[in-house]
Design a protein around this ligand. Structure first.
Ligand code: GLU
Length: 496
């Protein structure tokens, strides 16, 4: 592995879905790797056999794929440092443990859970501090060790941590961090069942996988000094560390389900598109600078990304801003892409084009949907609201705004005007070929003039009759996209 090559990793534990916090960690590692032409490794931390599930692993992989965060080495890809699931790396941990044993940097601990519990309780009762372990087996006489071994008493391995001094590192995100060694207890590195603990496996993996930068959530800050001690005990150079602040909810408490969606797949199901999710997560915790446009593609983000600009203070998740970024991406998308997003949403409702509608320029579902999306223009801002925006183009039982109906249609004047308009259209527009917006407009203006009405006095009731709404895209374009048979039919129906 080349000395200067950046190698970063995302190391999820498959014990749940892909949370936006995890997705942001993955994204920042990915952006850094791509920006530096480095390598992005996906490593599965599944040593917690009870909590790890295949379903969770699938969900995490699906989430990463949906976001477009492709990894260079890892599950499904392989690579020179595999295997990439910790459960398959036990021999690697065993070798590292042997190294620690040879260097006399670990000792066996025979304390049972009950004994630890009892001593913790005693410390509490006597008002003494208890920070996880009291070093009991560190001082065990050789004869006692031999006796325990002969009796086959289960034992884990603990690191001999330095009792005095300080451990520090220069964190890329939060600056210098320093811990007094006396507060770091002799934590377990290998459990009695032979499985490594999280801290040990992470260090061994990051080292053997040549990881140069560990970028992760700041919930791991308290693990870092102990991990540095493991590096030291093994005689290895540690990577650089960068701990990103957690994501808060709008109330500035840790983001959780109570605030709304938290898993990447929930956002997908709510109509957020992956480009927007990536863009928003990048903005969350990264000061792009006031100058630039915040709406960026992944390519743009890669170009601009810099670890120096990662914020050290927590960012609050802003659901409205995500919606806004989402709408901006939808607006800027090319027509093919917009259509590809819309078609499955319409198909799921069974809505499709009927040639009997006689819409100019439409011959099938594709061409019709293209027409509708062009008509919506920038108002197509969310996948979730799209069906509501398009329902009246596909169905006769579209919802009707009761207030708009009461104001524009329900009175005698409204009904009379709609009846007159229906007749004028039926007479003026040829029944055998599609009519364009200009033809509808001409009929409306001509009738308005003849009846001494303002054009709006025909247009407003017509809009409610045709769309169910008091507002819509340009009404003549809407008429064109509905087609003559439906326009005349709906006007007549509304006239009663
Ligand atoms: N597996 C750990 C987690 O999911 C991440 C470990 C790390 O990044 O060092 O929280």
């Amino acid at each position: 592995m080349s000395e200067n090559l950046v190698r970063v990793r995302f190391a999820p534990s498959p014990t749940g879905y892909l949370h936006v916090g995890g997705a942001r960690t993955a994204l920042f590692n990915w952006l850094y790797a791509r920006n530096q032409q480095g390598v992005f490794v996906l490593r599965i931390e599944d040593t917690d056999r009870e909590r790890s599930t295949a379903a969770s692993l699938d969900a995490i992989i699906r989430g990463l794929e949906w976001l477009g965060l492709d990894w260079d080495e890892g599950p499904g890809k392989g690579g020179p440092c595999g295997p990439y699931a910790q459960s398959e790396r036990l021999p690697v941990y065993r070798a590292a443990l042997r190294e620690l044993q040879d260097r006399d940097r670990v000792y066996r601990c025979f304390c049972s859970d009950e004994e630890l519990e009892r001593r913790m309780q005693a410390a509490k009762d006597e008002g003494r501090a208890w920070d996880g372990y009291d070093g009991h087996c560190r001082r065990l006489p050789a004869a006692q060790i031999a006796a325990y071994e002969a009796a086959g008493r289960p034992a884990c391995w603990r690191l001999r941590t330095p009792p005095t001094g300080v451990t520090f590192w220069y964190d890329i995100v939060v600056g210098k961090r320093e811990f007094q060694n006396e507060v770091i207890t002799d934590r377990v590195v290998v459990k009695a069942d032979g499985f490594p603990t999280y801290n040990f496996a992470v260090v061994v993996d990051d080292h053997t996988m040549g990881i140069t930068h560990v970028l992760r959530g700041d919930d791991h800050v308290s693990n870092t000094p102990f991990q540095l001690m493991i590096y030291d005990a093994l005689g290895w150079t540690p990577p650089k560390f960068g701990h990103m602040p957690m994501i808060l909810g709008p109330d500035r408490k840790r983001l959780s389900k109570r605030h709304g969606a938290v898993s990447v797949e929930e956002f997908r199901d709510q109509g957020i598109i992956p480009q927007a999710m990536v863009n928003y997560l990048a903005l969350l915790g990264w000061s792009i600078g006031a100058s630039g446009d915040e709406v960026m593609t992944s390519e743009g983000l890669i170009k601009k990304f810099s670890l120096k600009k990662v914020n050290s203070s927590p960012a609050a998740f802003d659901y409205d801003k995500l919606e806004h970024i989402n709408s901006q991406h939808l607006k800027r998308m090319d027509p093919d892409h917009r259509r590809a997003l819309a078609l499955p949403i319409l198909a799921a409702r069974g809505w499709s084009y009927d040639p009997a509608w006689q819409v100019p320029g439409a011959s099938d579902q594709h061409t019709y949907v293209d027409r509708l999306l062009a008509l919506l223009g920038g108002r197509f801002s969310s996948l979730r609201t799209l069906p509501d925006q398009l329902v009246f183009f596909f169905r006769e039982d579209f919802p009707v705004d009761a207030e708009a109906w009461r104001q524009q249609v329900a009175g005698a004047a409204g009904r009379e005007r709609l009846a007159a308009l229906a007749e004028a259209m039926d007479r003026a527009l040829p029944a055998d070929r599609p009519a364009g917006a200009a033809a509808y407009e001409e009929v409306v203006r001509e009738l308005a003039e003849r009846s001494q009405l303002a054009a709006g006095e025909l247009i407003h009731p017509a809009r409610v009759a045709l769309t169910g709404q008091g507002r819509s895209a340009g009404i003549f374009e809407v008429m064109e996209a509905l087609g003559r048979p439906r326009v005349v039919g709906r006007l007549r129906r509304a006239a009663g």
